[in-house]
Design a binder for this molecule. Structure first.
Ligand code: GAR
Length: 201
């Protein structure tokens, strides 16, 4: 399957997907970043993947930004759109266009800790457990049907950075695995539910 990956930063999840691409039947058609300084662009370049920078600060409205992102994505006619640390919120119209084809990774055990700064918020809330979720993207921010999660224990010695590192290790394993379910045709969004091998998750 052809995939487009959207990033905003370091791109360590992108790297995990690049490293596994052959094994998970994914051809990464291009990488799109809203941030020209994203290290993920270097990773994509090193892998010979075409890159596009679409700087959101250059647009007057969300709609105008989304329009250009959407035109860029559609040029590649992808089967799957992968949000791998993409830190912009899309308009509902944009999301509807890719309904059932767009996956996001979020660093928390959704529905807990939607939004930003999840690791610090988990520590502040004295949670014993934290982790990562992969979900289908719907119009609700971080609210689409969850497909899979991995958990890590929160240690008394943790700060946001040590916790983030352990969660990232799980992210790098889980995202390629879920993408592979999709490229194998085992995963779909049906009636607002994530379905794997014909069973609701
Ligand atoms: C990852 O932790 C990912 O879960 C998170 O951004 C980080 C990107 O890291 N995504 C979100 O917060 C989405 N709301 P990376 O650029 O090294 O893959």
């Amino acid at each position: 399957m052809r995939g487009v990956v959207l990033i905003s930063g370091s791109g360590s999840n992108l790297q995990a997907i690049i490293d596994q691409a052959d094994n998970i039947d994914l051809n990464i058609s291009c990488v799109i970043s809203n941030n020209a300084d994203a290290y993920g662009l270097t990773r994509a370049n090193n892998a010979g993947i075409p890159c596009h920078v679409i700087d959101h600060t250059q647009f007057d409205s969300r709609e105008a930004f989304d329009q250009v992102v959407s035109e860029t994505i559609n040029r590649y006619n992808p089967d799957i759109i992968i949000l791998a640390g993409f830190m912009r919120i899309f308009t509902e119209a944009f999301v509807q266009q890719y309904c059932g084809k767009m996956l996001n990774i979020h660093p928390s055990l959704l529905p807990k800790f939607q939004g930003l700064n999840t690791h610090q918020r988990v520590i502040d809330a004295n949670e014993k457990e934290h982790g990562v979720s992969i979900h289908f993207v719907t119009a609700e921010l971080d609210g689409g049907p969850v497909i899979a999660q991995s958990r890590v224990a929160v240690l008394p010695s943790d700060d946001a950075s040590s916790l983030a590192k352990r969660v990232l290790i799980e992210e790098h394993k889980l995202f390629p695995k879920v993408i592979h379910w999709f490229t194998q045709g085992r995963l779909e969004l049906n009636n607002g539910k994530a379905i794997l091998d014909g069973k609701a998750l």
